[in-house]
Design a protein around this ligand. Structure first.
Ligand SMILES: NC(=O)c1ccc[n+]([C@@H]2O[C@H](COP(=O)([O-])OP(=O)(O)OC[C@H]3O[C@@H](n4cnc5c(N)ncnc54)[C@H](O)[C@@H]3O)[C@@H](O)[C@H]2O)c1
Length: 301
């Protein structure tokens, strides 16, 4: 039986450990050649000693697959450009980009330093935008040369970005921004043969294993629901030709469950055909809120 990503070239950012590593291994198992990017930073973004992407490349090669390591910072233009160039120079093509790299600096917002805000928004939001922009420029050139690709981008949001999460205002803002970026990229790039979707995963990685220890711990036996490998099949399918026609969507994925997230849509509304007074607004807004659905609960409340 032919494998789902045979012949495709896939870039995965932040793939030295955690979810990105699982995605890289899963793509390779489906026949893709993988560019394994990781800057090798600590959980809060401080520089780390080793280059974890090399170990994942060794794992892929040991299993008979093809991969190369890339150790650049995806939140810089030079890092993002060299990442796309690594795929093109080594394998001669690029089919799928999985934006996954990131780190946390959690604090209640009154204690959040400007640096913690900037670092987290930068790594997630700019770290999605720059690889996406460089990959899209390549695909646009391909499309204009008459070679319409079956290109795929999978972005990584979070429940924190969709519902909010106490102690994570920087992270939640960045992950909500990634949803907005996904919607615009899907709309702008469709004409070049590029589909763009986002996932909001949950899995046991160094990001979650301590904070959510009670829900993340592996069971002694049976289905290990929080293993990062459970998230990767959806990412592989979204990154494959087989997901044709699916773009601009957000999926929550955890354990054995996949959920299509339904975004902002107009709820109860009133129009009196003239300017409201603040008093009238108050009365109307309370009535509308009474008719509206209760918002999902912010994580940590
Ligand atoms: N684990 C979860 O439950 C969960 C939930 C929601 C969202 N996410 C998101 O999934 C993604 C992966 O998270 P994870 O849990 O596997 O964390 P992780 O810390 O295990 O992996 C993230 C990797 O990104 C790398 N990285 C950080 N900054 C980088 C940069 N500038 N350039 C290149 N690489 C960089 C790190 O070195 C690390 O190896 C993140 O975007 C995270 O926000 C995770």
């Amino acid at each position: 039986m032919s494998r789902m990503c045979e012949g495709r070239v896939v870039v995965v950012t932040g793939a030295g450990r955690g979810l990105g590593r699982a995605h890289a291994l899963a793509f390779a198992a489906e026949g893709a050649k993988v560019v394994v990017n990781d800057l090798g930073v600590g959980l809060d973004g401080t520089p780390g000693a080793d280059g974890p992407s090399r170990h994942v490349v060794e794992e892929i090669r040991a299993a008979g697959g093809e991969a190369i390591a890339h150790g650049g910072d995806v939140a810089t233009s030079a890092g993002a450009a060299s990442l796309v160039a690594a795929a093109l120079d080594t394998y001669g093509r690029l089919d799928t980009l999985v934006n996954n790299a990131g780190f946390l600096r959690d604090r209640m917002l009154v204690n959040l330093d400007e640096d913690d805000w900037d670092a987290v928004v930068r790594v997630h939001l700019k770290g999605h935008f720059l690889p996406l922009k460089h990959a899209a420029a390549h695909w646009r050139a391909e499309a204009k040369a008459g070679r319409i690709p079956a290109a795929r981008i999978v972005n990584t949001s979070s429940g924190a970005g969709l519902l909010g999460s106490v102690g994570q205002s920087n992270y939640s803002a960045a992950k909500a921004g990634i949803v907005g970026l996904t919607l615009v990229a899907a709309a702008e790039l469709a004409r070049y043969g590029v589909q763009v979707n986002a996932i909001a995963p949950a899995a046991r990685t160094r990001m979650t294993e301590r904070t959510f220890a009670d829900t993340m711990t592996a069971p002694g036996s049976g289905f290990d629901a929080m293993a990062p490998e459970n998230v990767s099949p959806l990412v592989v399918w979204l990154g494959a030709e087989q997901s044709a026609g699916v773009t601009g969507r957000v999926f929550e994925t955890e354990g054995g469950r996949i959920t299509v997230m339904e975004g902002w849509r107009a709820g109860p509304s009133a129009d009196q055909g003239a300017r409201w007074t603040p008093g009238e607004v108050g009365e109307a807004a309370r009535k509308l809120l009474g008719e509206a659905e209760t918002p999902g609960q912010v994580y940590g409340t």
